[in-house]
Design a protein around this ligand. Structure first.
Ligand code: XCC
Ligand code: SF4
Length: 632
């Protein structure tokens, strides 16, 4: 067989080649046009924070400029830029969380947004000491939402969700002054500290970055996850399909792309509207086929089984199938390239968020106040566009894979309890999972998360790493575009057990789960934090003691940098498959990949080869097992 160039996923490879042959530009062409990346930028050696610059530091230690005009060294410039990336990522996830909290605040019994999971709301209300006796559930919801909104700007105190961590972890944070205050304040402090002429100590800047990153994972992201579950329901295991083969030739294909479920949930409802279905018939289509891309896809797949069209690198290819009536986006990870590309097809490119207007797109603002109506208008546009489809341009690849998605922490508990120990109380615990790990049937767990990046052959980093891990009895939990790579590669189907080691395969069979568990979108990495916290409490150890590791094999965004940092700061060693722009500073590299361990008990590892990364991760897991005295 011919060597795959672009992607290990057959649909992507087929379409990317076809696009190349037909002279349709994709990210891979633009990557090529970049030629060799800027060497200064790659190592993080450039600063344009002020207008005395831009300043570039020579990568050769004893030759050329060694300082910026203000005197900032490579160490300072790199640490400053890294801290700003963390702030950028934290702001993005947290603003998403804030939006969802606002939606809960406007939820009404007779409104478009309602409370779906009362139990989860009441649990959170109790956790936050909100009065629940004899109160209307919506009053409770509004008070809880208001408290969450105050987490962004409260003048005093630390984040409420930090209390969910085990005591040992909290004291690590306390001791090192990493306990995060108000979310917006942490981000603003980074922007302040990294202004020209402010902080100029690399170590301290990274420390600030760590503190800010906790405002992502244990702040905005966790708010996003909790409140989405309360509003739209807690994910439970359900079947779906993944890859561009989910598009249907004879239906109106609508893709939701972006991040916030407040839009996509309404799209799901609108796509079932009887009047609109009538219109579908009138235009001669067989139905509405809703599918998703990037994290929005994960949100609706987890809660409704909506099919997964693909991950980051497939967004242009989806349009290139010629079969998509509309691609509806809100925020984050949307390529501006979609605007000129959709002009070559009948596809409508519809932006909906005032935060992400894109030149060349049709903007149809999604107003939460009249959410369903807004969604219906958007769906109507898509349906009316069906007649403009040019049959000659349509090419839908065949490839798609079945997948089971929807493993929230609660769902994992339930699933494991069900078979392993039916006596456990209704809420369930993670004891069965802990037992599997301590007995050594499962050696440990790995969170494999993050994006696509054309520096890595599409999905190769994710899929190879996951396969190697499960083969060695390491259970994998995953989110984001990594989760979609796994779904497409069949790793979330029940058959994937065959690829697992003996112990893991046995567990999968007993409790009826795939060896790779889909835990949601990237804000849902907060679910992983809750999972490891509960495991650590059960075993009476710190998170950093657990035989648990993390990886982002194809990461690309600032969000991913924020995630990696909070995962490490939470005590979990993390492997990156793409080198971050820090290699120009030995000091920064040393802090991230070495000294961090002395502060937070975990560090970054950089290993582009997924097979080598897997071996290192497994070794680390075995080291931790040994220290804990767990079965060899
Ligand atoms: Fe974006 Fe969230 Fe990365 Fe995928 S994994 S490319 S950030 S969609 Ni979050
Ligand atoms: Fe140059 Fe310093 Fe200004 Fe950066 S802050 S651009 S290093 S003068």
């Amino acid at each position: 067989m011919e060597e795959k160039i672009y992607s290990i996923d057959p649909a992507t490879e087929e379409l990317a080649r076809k696009a190349a042959n037909e002279g349709i530009e994709t990210l891979w062409d633009r990557k090529k046009a970049m030629k060799t990346p800027c060497g200064f930028g790659e190592q993080g050696l450039c600063c344009r924070i002020c207008a005395m610059g831009p300043c570039r530091i020579s990568p050769t230690k004893d030759k050329g400029a060694q300082k910026g005009i203000c005197g900032a060294t490579a160490d300072v410039i790199i640490a400053r830029n890294l801290a700003r990336m963390i702030a950028g990522g934290t702001a993005t996830h947290s603003d998403h969380g804030r939006d969802i909290a606002h939606v809960l605040h406007m939820a009404k019994r007779d409104g478009n947004y309602k409370i779906t999971d009362e139990k989860k709301l009441l649990n959170l209300a109790k956790e936050w000491e909100v009065e629940i006796e004899n109160r209307d559930i919506y009053d409770i919801a509004h008070e809880v939402a208001e408290i969450a909104l105050k987490e962004f700007g409260k003048p005093f105190g630390t984040l409420r969700f930090l209390e969910r961590a085990p005591e040992q972890r909290k004291s690590v944070w306390e001791k090192n002054d990493i306990r995060t205050g108000a979310i917006d304040k942490e981000i603003a402090t980074i922007m302040h500290s990294t202004h020209i002429g402010c902080a100029a100590d690399a170590k301290d800047l990274i420390h600030k970055g760590m503190r800010t990153s906790l405002a992502d994972g244990w702040g905005g992201s966790m708010i996003g996850t909790e409140f989405s579950d309360i509003l739209f329901g807690m994910p439970v295991p359900r079947e779906t399909e993944a890859n561009l083969g989910v598009l249907e030739e004879d239906q109106v294909n609508i893709i939701v792309h972006g991040h916030e479920p407040s839009l996509s949930e309404m799209m799901v409802l609108a796509a079932e509207d009887p009047e609109l279905l009538q219109l579908v018939e009138e235009v001669g289509a067989k139905g509405i086929n809703l599918s998703g891309m990037c994290c929005t896809s994960n949100e609706v797949a987890m809660r409704h089984g909506v099919k997964i069209a693909g991950n980051l690198n497939q967004q242009e290819l989806a349009v290139f199938t010629g079969a998509v009536e509309a691609i509806i986006v809100d925020v984050q990870c949307i390529f501006p390239a979609l605007a000129p590309l959709t002009k070559c097809y009948h596809t409508k490119f519809i932006t909906t968020s005032p935060k992400a207007k894109i030149t060349g797109a049709t903007h149809m603002e999604f107003e939460e106040g009249k959410a369903l109506q807004s969604a219906k208008e958007i769906v109507r546009e898509a349906i009316l566009n069906f007649k403009n489809r040019d049959a000659k341009k349509v090419f839908i690849p065949k490839a798609k894979s079945p997948a089971v998605v929807g493993y929230s922490v609660e769902a994992i508990k339930k699933q494991l309890d069900k078979v392993v120990n039916s006596q456990i109380d209704e809420g369930g615990t993670l004891k069965p999972l802990a037992d599997c790990i301590t007995s050594g049937v499962i050696r440990g767990a790995a969170g494999v998360v993050g994006c696509n990046n054309p520096k890595v052959k599409h999905d190769y980093g994710h899929v190879e790493l996951m396969k190697e891990l499960i083969k060695n009895d390491v259970i994998v939990v995953t989110t984001g575009c990594a989760a979609q790579a796994a779904a497409k590669a069949g790793l979330m189907s029940k058959e994937a057990r065959k690829l697992a080691g003996k112990g893991l395969a046995k567990v999968c069979e007993l409790v009826d789960i795939p060896p790779v568990l889909h835990m949601g979108s990237c804000v849902d990495i907060s679910r992983i934090l809750v999972l490891v916290s509960e495991l650590a409490k059960l075993l009476k150890v710190d998170i950093s003691d657990l035989p648990v590791v993390g990886a982002a094999p194809e990461w690309m965004s600032e969000k991913a940098i924020a995630i990696g940092t909070y995962v490490v700061t939470s005590g979990i060693d993390t492997w990156l498959g793409v080198v971050p722009p820090v290699t120009g500073s030995d000091l920064v590299v040393d802090i991230l990949t070495n000294k961090a361990k002395d502060i937070v008990g975990a560090k970054f590892h950089v290993e582009p080869d997924p097979h080598k990364a897997a071996q290192q991760m497994i070794e680390r897991i075995e080291e931790k097992r040994e220290t804990l005295g767990l079965a060899a």
